[in-house]
Design a binder for this molecule. Sequence first.
Ligand code: ATP
Length: 286
Amino acid sequence: MVKETARAKINLTLDILGVRADGYHEVSMIMQTIELADELELRKTSGGIILKQDATKILGGENLPLNEKNLAWRAAIEFQKFCGKDLGVEISLVKKIPVAAGLAGGSSDAAAVIRGMNRLYEMNLSEKELCKIGERVGSDVPFCIIGGTCLAEGRGEILTKLAPIKKFAVVLAKPEGEISTAWAYKTYDENPAKTHPPNKEIINLFECGEYDEAFKNFYNVMESVALKKIPVIADLKSKMFAAGAKVALMSGSGATVFALTDESTAKKISESVENTGAQIFITETF
Ligand code: ATP
């Protein structure tokens, strides 16, 4: 048996550079792994895939598929295909990351299955090979395999590892309502952003340790799209800033808003958004 921790991510920035010939969007985003995580256990079986899922701790968990539509299951299929063998696996998954929240919960489960099956069957596949398998499941899966702090380009699968950033406390507020990634991109295309995050500059500022200056430049081009459907995002951000957040920004295509702060201010920030109907988590950068 092997255990894997499937950590969530936040987008410190998210930029869309255009639509590609293959229909995917060309993105440029700075991604950061956080400690909030789903937990997995993988066991060998004589063949096939079994998925056991406990999603009782998260809102909307009852709607998660327990079949090949689950990204954990799809990852096991792709791992078997890559190896050309029926490497039987029983996956026990405990969900803690909110679903369809811009935190890559599903992609992270997929990444954990790929890493875990590699260990379980001692396949010794390289990180590059694991990412190739991950790409087939979803664009965010390679980042979830590698983790840490990365610049993600292409459709999200071209990764440049960055030096780890300083530890920050992270407050997450997941408002009611879900945003489908497909809807968000379609709506974005109808009215593309005029302001873009200066990703290269932010990376330089990180390298110089000038975090406060970097924070001023964090930007997510999808935020204005999500605001149309979930206006409370604006309220969450202003409350977090008022309570002392260094940054308050939406992650991914939404709708979770995160604040970065020091440990002593995290509680105050979480209390400031208590009466908004949002689900709140206090965690930290990985
Ligand atoms: P991203 O930030 O990568 O856009 P997200 O956080 O918005 O991801 P996920 O939580 O990964 O979204 O889920 C997106 C969709 O994937 C949901 O509609 C959900 O039903 C489906 N899904 C399939 N398997 C899983 C899983 N193991 N965990 C969460 N969602 C899953």
